[in-house]
Design a binder for this molecule. Structure first.
Ligand code: ATP
Ligand code: MG
Length: 354
């Protein structure tokens, strides 16, 4: 084929491609590959340009026996690492005077690697979260069978701790299943009509004993008219239980929690009428460095404190998925020690007043 045509075809391919001839020189570099190896790579020995041992070995071997090989190549432009899967194949008759060439195809697999890493991190996190209570349980069982066998007082104390730990594991498994379910139906829009005012009232009613215990008073600021949206009432109850529960767990020192609902004629983010719900506590607040990561699974500002309070670190991850399903937006604002320090706004999509 005419060299110009070949160059045009190679140039039009969006993935990086490099050709190496039998004398080990770089014969062709398409435009996508220029960002990987630079403009001046042509005619240089591939060994001085590609420099990563796994790739060099693969090229050398394919040059010898013509057997295709795949390997990985990591490229970094200073700010970002990109992982490529590279396939080396021999192409007979392409090189000078009809000798063979080795063609390298680069396929960006960074995203797949990232997903794999996320999955591994998730499994590590879950195992770690389960192992802590399990280790405690095993320890107490051993103590109860051994040194504390005849100590009724110690047995009662240990059994109480064991119950707490077992309940924590149960909550964790429940939250994981809930997260799974929510992720599964995130794209299915809710079709029930629900009245938000009622859901908030009933959530606060269920949380009243906790609020009393924490010395917190609820303040309601909501429109007179009931606000109706398309929603899933169980899931919305879960959202408010977690957000208000967090305000009670971490922001109780403020002594009050404001629940404010406002209807907005035209919400810019939704390009439609909207309703905004704010749960404001007056506690210690959250350092803004943590805000972008709060909705990640198992992310906690103070892991020890959250665990002590029975938290699994999955609450806000579940909240985010449920709000997404309702075409809403979760917005978390806070600063350390500023009043009002923590402010949570959710805007479950369209609303209808009646
Ligand atoms: N109102 C708040 N004030 C201060 N910190 C908060 C507040 N709400 C949440 N946080 C921080 O954000 C973290 C994540 O909250 P999230 O609800 O996801 O998990 P959790 O409360 O620890 O556990 P779970 O909700 O599963 O029981 C908490 O561990 C806490 O450190
Ligand atoms: Mg929580």
């Amino acid at each position: 084929m005419d060299n110009n045509i070949l160059d045009s075809i190679l140039g039009a391919i969006p993935q990086p491609i490099i050709a190496i001839d039998a004398s080990e020189r770089i014969l062709a570099v398409n435009s996508a590959a220029v960002s990987l190896v630079g403009h001046s790579a042509m005619q240089h020995s591939y060994v001085t340009i590609l420099r990563q041992p796994a790739l060099l070995e693969a090229i050398e071997a394919t040059l010898k026996d013509d057997v295709p090989r795949t390997t990985k190549y990591l490229s970094t432009d200073g700010a970002q690492d990109t992982t490529y899967k590279v396939t080396c194949r021999a192409a007979p008759g392409v090189g000078k005077s009809g000798t063979k060439a080795i063609i390298l195809f680069f396929e960006d697999i960074s995203q797949m690697e990232e997903v794999g890493q996320m999955r591994r991190d998730f499994v590590t996190n879950v195992s770690h979260e389960l192992r802590t209570p399990l280790t405690a349980l095993i320890g107490f069982i051993e103590t109860l069978r051994g040194p504390a066998r005849d100590d009724a007082k110690a047995a009662t104390r240990f059994l109480n701790i064991m119950q707490d730990e077992a309940e924590r594991m149960n909550r964790l498994v429940g939250d994981l299943m809930s997260l799974n379910r929510v992720e599964g139906n995130e794209r299915v829009r809710p079709t029930q009509r629900v009245v938000l005012n009622d859901i908030i009232q009933s959530t606060c009613h269920s949380l009243q004993p906790l609020a009393l215990q924490a010395g917190v008073k609820f303040e309601f600021e909501s429109p007179e008219l009931p606000v109706e949206i398309y929603g899933d009432s169980d899931q919305l109850t879960q959202v408010f239980t977690n957000i208000i529960g967090n305000a009670l767990k971490y922001g109780a020192s403020g002594g009050r929690v404001t629940l404010r609902m406002t209807t907005i004629a035209r919400e810019a983010a939704l390009r439609a009428p909207g309703v905004r719900l704010q749960v404001i506590d007056y506690g210690a607040g959250i350092d803004p460095v943590h805000l972008p990561r709060l909705t990640e699974r198992f992310y906690r500002v103070d892991g020890h404190r959250s665990r002590e309070l029975g938290g699994t670190g999955l609450g806000l991850a579940i909240v985010k998925h449920i709000i997404n399903r309702h075409r809403g937006k979760l917005n978390i604002e806070s600063a350390l020690g500023k009043a009002p320090p923590s402010q949570w706004c959710c805007r479950p999509s369209r609303y209808r007043e009646f």
